[in-house]
Design a protein around this ligand. Structure first.
Ligand code: NDP
Length: 253
């Protein structure tokens, strides 16, 4: 079997597992943050677990870039830079912006996230730096590139803004939850998840690649159920929670 077919097979399996995972997460919320609970095995400190599970991805992506033969290709450099822009912040900045120490994360959640991030990095890196089409200067003038890049950057901006709002709700050392307000929070409970989903849809469009599509699908598989769980939790916890606010899509979901 050649590399291209092997990658297709892996992506097919990864996509099916993503859909099954979405079904599971609609019934059982991932046990970290406000949904943390006993029974998921040994735990690790939040910042260490978070840095490990998010930090592996840019390392793998960089390794695939170095092993590939596209170091003279501007698009390949751009993709690598965007990957680092996302994961560098997520792995090495965001956890340290918390004002509390964070709820410990079960090792089982860290292991699943490591696998998810490793498969995404490997399939995307393998395609973009090796078996996929070489995108030359002409691609940078293609509307798919411009639209995808714009979606990626807007999604990232929304995600970071929304996460910052949440992180600013706690005073140093405080660990409870409050109702976020302002901006997109007027309409939805989880604009950070909406931003993240838009970001990876943008990446899929910008790279016009099957691994990008499967990554976006997986992101939605993780975050749509989690947004629904958060929303139900907010409604059950705060009597004065704004009744017109939806989970993820203003007026719709
Ligand atoms: P959450 O929205 O659950 O929490 C984000 C941070 O804000 C946490 O530190 C949380 O504390 C705190 N927080 C949340 N709500 C409140 C509140 N009402 N009052 C006070 N503090 C609050 O996001 P996640 O932890 O699930 O995810 C973090 C980032 O990772 C997000 O940007 C998300 O998009 C991304 N992510 C991406 C995935 C993917 O598949 N691509 C999968 C999962 C996450 P605490 O931890 O104590 O709850």
């Amino acid at each position: 079997m050649d590399d291209s077919r092997l990658l297709q097979l892996l992506l097919g399996i990864h996509a099916v597992v993503g859909l099954l995972t979405a079904g599971l997460l609609l019934r059982v919320s991932a046990p970290y943050g406000r949904h943390a609970r006993e029974g998921w095995g040994p735990q690790v400190p939040f910042a260490i677990g978070w840095a490990a599970m998010e930090g592996l991805s840019p390392v793998l992506m960089t390794a695939l870039f170095v092993m590939g033969d596209r170091q003279d290709n501007g698009f390949a450099w751009l993709v690598l830079a965007l990957w680092w822009l996302h994961y560098g912040h997520r792995a090495f900045v965001q956890a340290w912006q918390r004002r509390d120490r964070g709820t410990p994360i079960p090792l089982s959640v860290v292991a699943m996230a490591l696998l998810f991030n490793a498969v995404n990095a490997c399939t995307n890196g393998w395609y973009l730096f090796d078996v996929g089409p070489v995108r030359g200067a002409a691609w940078l003038a293609d509307p798919r590139f411009g639209i995808g890049l714009a979606l990626f950057l807007v999604g990232m901006g929304v995600n970071r803004w929304a996460d910052r709002v949440l992180l600013s709700l706690r005073s140093p050392g405080e660990s409870g939850y409050k109702v976020p307000h302002g901006g997109l929070y007027r309409w939805i409970s989880c604009p950070n998840y909406l931003g993240e989903i838009v970001e990876w849809i943008g990446f899929a469009v910008m790279t016009w690649s099957p691994p990008g599509v499967v990554f976006a699908l997986w992101t939605a598989a993780n975050l749509v159920p989690r947004a629904l769980s958060h929303h139900a939790w907010y409604r059950g916890t705060f009597d004065d929670y704004p009744p017109s606010r939806r989970a993820l899509l203003p007026g719709l979901l």
